[in-house]
Design a protein around this ligand. Structure first.
Ligand SMILES: C[S@@+](CC[C@H](N)C(=O)[O-])C[C@H]1O[C@@H](n2cnc3c(N)ncnc32)[C@H](O)[C@@H]1O
Length: 426
């Protein structure tokens, strides 16, 4: 574990470079920045994720000391100010270090004097961050700043009746990682190891939804949207069934063989294809796991930058892909077979609405089934130990939802769809 050094200049320059790319709308990667930080990756991650968690609030803090509107600032200056404000207000980096290091990163005298002036004001007249929250009659606008989340996300109907603010509040806080070892899921902190000590990182929702497939040795199983293989390799490890993994991304599929080797599990058959037009005969599989491409809104705890990368148009596009994938995948299910439709989204439109619309269109041979063929808390000692066993999965109209506001975990949705046993006359 790297020692925390919130005042390292390496952090500042890497974080500012990521934030500048973000501001310019260029692709960026926090993971790539972390690999460049080497021994200090942990604290760089904390700095960057923290800045994205508090971005709207940081913008208001900076704006309070800056006469120019933030929209008019050069991307590098914007990034330096926002990251420096986070270091000063949330990481307790000494004021003189914050100002001095930001100064050293400025290229031109004009930039230097602006940065100097703003940061000196910010640190000299320091107030509690709460002071910068809006207190308007528009409660959504207030929540948007408090949780630094675009308004449209707060307005989108969720897969739960819990107040959106509660769900978002949990998703805007750090989340623990979980590591699977065979059929047990542990908090990484509890087993004092990372994946180098064995096992693989998987969310409780992903883990439970795979168990819900109830795979038997004789089954033909398809994992559609399988890359980079987290759930496919879990299936390969826990069951001797015949597995096929399919995904539209060749690059993501290429990561699976090495991961199978690392875990010491047999490599399933892999296929690159568009799941909307799958190259399999109808009724070929006993079990299908469809991990649909989604907004991944349930994972904002780990990827807070995602809050600013999603768009309503992107959501619409995903919804139509999800529906086509589900329709096509159901056509591959044998009579009596089970399909698990899963997403790590908190939005109803990507979850129950997809299942409902697809089942309405299909003949009556498919039905949602709420059987959970296992006791999920038995497999996740952390939840049992903390007496969270009472807090069962939240049942929605078509499936189950792991609710960040209740379970304190990443948001996750899955529906178990069963095909009736009788062959349907055509
Ligand atoms: C949520 S991720 C899957 C994660 C994976 N199941 C795991 O556990 O590691 C969704 C996947 O769907 C794939 N995908 C997107 N559109 C697709 C399509 N039309 N056909 C097949 N796969 C698709 C993406 O490439 C992505 O790998």
């Amino acid at each position: 574990m790297s020692q925390k050094k919130p005042d390292s200049p390496i952090h500042l320059s890497l974080a500012v470079s990521v934030m500048t790319d973000f501001r310019q709308g260029k692709p960026f990667s926090i993971k790539a920045a972390m690999s460049r930080a080497r021994g200090e990756a942990g604290s760089l991650k904390e700095l960057l994720l923290g800045a994205f968690r508090q971005l709207y609030l940081l913008e208001r803090i900076v704006q309070s000391s800056c006469q120019r509107p933030l929209e008019k600032l050069e991307p590098l200056v914007y990034a330096l100010l926002v990251v420096s404000a986070y270091r000063a207000y949330f990481l307790n980096v000494p004021d003189y270090t914050v100002v001095d290091q930001a100064n050293q990163m400025c290229r031109r005298p004009g930039q230097k004097s602006l940065i100097n002036g703003v940061l000196r004001n910010l640190t000299r007249y320091r107030k509690n961050p709460e002071h910068f929250l809006p207190k308007s009659a528009d409660t959504i606008a207030n929540a948007s700043v408090r949780y630094s989340i675009p308004r449209w996300i707060l307005e989108e109907p969720l897969s739960t009746s819990s107040p959106p603010e509660k769900v978002i509040a949990r998703l805007n806080a750090p989340q623990q990682a979980f590591i699977r070892r065979s059929l047990q899921l542990f908090r990484a902190a509890d087993i004092q190891t990372d994946i180098k000590g064995g096992g693989s990182v998987v969310s409780p929702g992903g883990f439970i939804s795979v168990l819900c497939l109830d795979v038997k040795e004789s089954h033909q199983v398809l994992d559609m949207g399988c890359a980079p293989g987290t759930k496919l390799l879990m299936l390969a490890e826990i069951s001797p069934a015949t597995l096929t993994g399919a995904d539209a991304s060749e690059t993501r599929l290429q990561r699976i063989p090495d991961e199978a080797k690392r875990l010491g599990v047999p490599l399933p058959k892999l296929l690159c294809c568009d799941g909307r037009h799958p190259p399999f005969a109808p009724s070929s599989f006993d079990r299908i796991y469809l991990d649909a491409p989604c907004t991944a809104t349930g994972t904002f705890s780990k990827h807070p930058e995602g809050k600013f990368l999603r768009t309503p148009q992107g959501l619409n596009h995903l919804v139509s892909t999800q529906q086509l994938l589900l329709e096509a995948s159901l056509g591959l299910l044998k009579p009596g077979g089970i399909l698990c439709y899963a997403t790590c989204s908190i939005f109803k439109r990507e979850n129950d609405s997809i299942v409902e619309a697809t089942l309405q269109k299909s003949s009556h041979k498919f039905k949602v089934d709420f059987t959970l063929p296992f006791d999920w808390a038995e497999h996740i000692p952390e939840l049992k130990a903390r007496n969270r066993i009472q807090e069962s999965l939240e049942r929605t109209q078509q499936g189950y939802f792991i609710n960040p506001a209740i379970h304190g975990l990443d948001g996750f949705y899955f529906a178990r769809i069963k095909r009736s046993k009788e062959p349907v006359a055509t």
